[in-house]
Design a protein around this ligand. Structure first.
Ligand code: MSP
Length: 535
């Protein structure tokens, strides 16, 4: 793919809208961090970005959870939504819109959309019989169930038999159009393995799906028949559209889709792929709207190699993690350690080792010792050398020259791990270069120009690394930039206007003579928490 930064089209990205039946789990944090990294990278390149996240609040699952807690569904949602907002703040998530599906304005959009699909003749009443998993909020095929009618995803939970009058959406009518879409736009579903899953599912022949429920109050009434409640997924997917409109403007489908539609990327986990890659585009086709740019289904996380779950007693609480280690550490581990799209594992020892090796030692120590030398040997300034005079085969310049492009390719393809690895390769090469060149001994021998050339190359490599890592570890990059003498804040949404991407992503930008800031460790070494002996 060739990246065209010249015209800078708008860029919109979403996370799923999370169920509020519980506090956010690590899976929700994982998708949200990834979406935030992409959003931050597009802002860095100077695009106008809309990052959307939010909560999915209707349906049986939420209703039951609220009943179990003895509170109204709305009170339950209000309480749990706060937990999501709090975690996103702690994780430094730079979202532009937070949509709640219980918002009044959302109902206006849902009704209007329903009306369009209704007028298209794509909704009819029928009888729904089947096995329903309340945790998935989805009907399951009998052949996919585990023994004792248990759900294959929520393996401890039995599905429930339903036999009721529902409204159906004519998904089957869109079989050919969907197949055409997948053929015309091979990267509509990513990664490739997920695309293949969807293709083989669609090839079996699509069946209409029910979009309403009876015996359920917690949701929007079906506009044409208020005795029925809209199916939670029909309403939730439309949250992506409602989110596009400024909340203070009068809601309408036309206005909501005028500026930011179609959304460029929906980031989701692999379990909700069918809804996003099959049902959603068909619903949009029915309503006469263009389909989104791409749907990326990432893998599942395990802990110490085991499936996570409350009943297994091995959940990983993102809040505890961020409290203990800070946002940059959590963000970096998941982006660097797991190939996005594949399943991945969390292990605390590995977590600590990766962070100490990459951020505390390789990057943090490198900056610290180089800055101290620059203070001593170069009067606290960036060494005054002519960057143009650096030879083409200089080992760090040679690596840095192609790095901006490599990393841009990686981020735009959501290959976060590859991006981080490429950046760290420059940092590691810089450590080696510093040790090989030994500027402390050059200085002692009175070789001032050589000393300065070495220190410049290392400081510049750290700068370029910090800039390119800023979507992943914004606080760390802020500290590095400050110590290098810049006054910037990578959390600013107009960062792409403040700093030229062309300048800062390239190697050789650090202004010679720039006064340096005070050297202090940018990333504290992490320790495993002491195991508390049980009484
Ligand atoms: N409410 C729906 C989404 C509606 S979007 C219009 C929903 N919510 S969810 O809260 O249950 O799931 C949110 C996300 O968490 C999903 O993308 C799911 O794939 C992800 N994960 C749940 N468990 C996970 C792991 N163990 N690992 C990684 N992601 C996982 O589905």
């Amino acid at each position: 793919m060739t990246l065209n930064f010249a015209d800078k089209p708008r860029f919109a990205i979403t996370t799923p809208l999370y169920y509020v039946n519980g506090l956010p789990h690590i899976g929700s944090a994982y998708t949200t961090i990834a979406a935030d990294v992409v959003a931050r990278f597009y802002r860095l390149m100077g695009h106008s970005v809309l990052m959307i996240t939010g909560t999915d609040e209707h349906g049986q699952k939420i209703q039951r959870t609220a009943e179990e807690r003895g509170v109204s569904p709305q009170a339950h949602c209000d309480e749990f939504v706060a937990g999501f907002e709090h975690l996103w703040e702690l994780l430094n998530i730079s979202c532009d819109r937070f949509i709640r599906t219980t918002a009044d304005r959302h109902q206006v959009i849902v009704n209007e959309f329903f009306q369009r699909v209704w007028e298209r003749g794509d909704i009819y009443q029928g009888q729904q019989q089947g096995w329903y998993c309340v945790s998935c909020e989805e009907f399951k095929e009998e052949r996919d169930l585990l023994t004792d009618q248990r759900c294959p995803i929520h393996t401890k939970q039995q599905v429930e038999w339903r036999d009721e009058s529902n409204y159906f959406f004519k998904l089957s009518k869109y079989q050919d159009q969907l197949e055409q879409l997948y053929a015309d736009r091979p990267d509509f579903i990513q990664p490739e393995s997920r695309r293949n899953e969807v293709l083989s599912f669609v090839k079996q022949g699509l069946q209409d799906f029910s979009i309403s429920r009876i015996n359920l109050d917690w949701g929007f009434p079906v506009p044409t028949d208020p005795g029925h409640t809209l199916y939670v997924w029909f309403d939730a997917l439309l949250g992506y559209i409602t989110a596009l409109q400024d909340p203070s403007d009068p809601p309408s489908l036309a206005a909501a889709t005028a500026e930011w539609w179609p959304i460029n990327v929906h980031l989701i986990g692999k379990d909700i792929l069918r809804f996003h890659a099959v049902y959603w585009p068909a619903m949009l086709m029915s309503a006469g709207l263009p389909v989104p740019g791409r749907v990326f289904g990432h893998g599942f996380l395990t802990k110490d190699g085991q499936k996570m779950g409350k009943s297994q007693g091995n959940t990983l609480d993102p809040l505890a993690l961020v409290h203990r280690y800070g946002p940059d550490a959590v963000r970096y581990y998941f982006m660097r350690e797991i190939e996005f799209g594949k399943d991945g594992d969390f292990n605390e020892t590995r977590f600590i080792n990766v962070l100490n090796a990459d951020l505390a030692n390789d990057l943090g120590n490198l900056l610290n010792r180089t800055l101290k030398m620059a203070a001593r040997y170069c009067e606290d300034r960036v060494p005054v050398i002519d960057p143009e005079a650096i030879p083409l085969d200089h080992p760090l310049a040679a690596l840095g020259r192609s790095l901006g492009e490599t990393v841009a390719e990686a981020y735009t393809h959501l290959a976060f791990s590859q991006g981080c690895t490429a950046i760290l390769a420059l940092v590691q090469a810089s450590n080696k270069f510093l040790d090989d060149q030994a500027p402390w001994s050059l200085y002692k021998q009175g070789k001032q120009a050589e000393t300065e050339a070495v220190l410049y190359a290392v400081l510049e490599s750290v700068r370029q690394a910090a800039y390119l890592l800023s979507p992943v570890v914004p606080s760390l990059s802020n500290q590095i930039y400050t110590q290098l003498g810049f006054a910037v804040d990578f959390n600013q949404k107009d960062i792409g206007q403040q700093l030229s991407y062309g300048d800062h992503a390239a190697w050789g930008y650090l202004p010679p003579g720039q006064p340096l800031g005070v050297a202090s460790p940018v990333f504290q070494r992490l320790e495993l928490p002491e195991l508390v002996a049980s009484p």
